[in-house]
Design a binder for this molecule. Structure first.
Ligand code: CTP
Length: 196
């Protein structure tokens, strides 16, 4: 398999905060070592294709999709059931692209009213994140610099910049992932027009 070090913490924090706000929450997750917040409907997947299918069937009638998953962009063309023997020499692994799940969602007739993406960047964060927001047709993108030690994969804190489709850019300080989720959900509620 091809995987990454994403812990799932930011996605689970979003599920928790959305539940606390009274939302019905479906949590589609890859293999992570976390317990789902009580009240969330958890769907476990192991591949990008399974995640695509789970997300596309869960979005019907939903208000918002928050796509914090670090989905693999490539998968091996061939998978093998038996061990690859060393004596056969160095294998060549050919890759193919996985589907861009967010791209499929935003072009879908059942697209949620608000779609939020994440942008894990290691350079030119704002420009790259803004390009993703436009290409994927998002309402907001949460950009983070994954090269910073206190932000991004596997830690409990995150330093993110929120970029909205209307051009508003907000740089948030170092926060816990729960606090980041609260900031994100506050804006989602406003975008849905259901805040007081
Ligand atoms: N995403 C997705 N499907 C994929 C890959 C990513 O839906 N196959 C989503 C992620 O969940 C995230 C957003 O797209 O919300 C951006 O993901 P990211 O990995 O930062 O960007 P990519 O589109 O994969 O572009 P690149 O890896 O080239 O930066």
């Amino acid at each position: 398999m091809i995987a990454n070090r994403s812990s799932g913490k930011q996605g689970f924090a979003l599920a928790q905060v959305a539940l606390d706000l009274g939302a019905d929450v479906t949590l589609v997750t890859g293999p992570v070592h976390l317990s789902a917040p009580v009240g969330a409907h958890r769907i476990d997947v192991t591949t990008a294709t399974e995640m695509r299918d789970a997300v596309l069937s869960a979005i019907e009638g939903t208000d918002a999709l928050l796509m914090a998953a670090a989905v693999a962009d490539f998968r091996p063309v061939e998978t093998v059931k038996s061990k690859i023997k060393r004596r056969k020499g160095l294998p060549e692994v050919q890759l193919e692209s996985t589907d861009d799940i967010l791209g499929l969602v935003t072009s879908h007739s059942d697209a949620p009213k608000v779609v939020v993406g994440f942008a894990a960047e290691s350079q030119d964060m704002i420009d790259n994140a803004r390009a993703k927001l436009e290409e994927k047709g998002l309402d907001m993108i949460v950009a983070n610099d994954i090269t910073a030690a206190d932000s991004g994969f596997a830690v409990d804190t995150n330093r993110v910049t929120l970029i909205q489709a209307d051009g508003v850019i907000e740089e948030l300080p170092l926060l816990s992932k729960i606090e980041v989720a609260e900031e994100i959900m506050e804006r989602v509620v406003k975008l849905l027009g259901i805040g007081d």
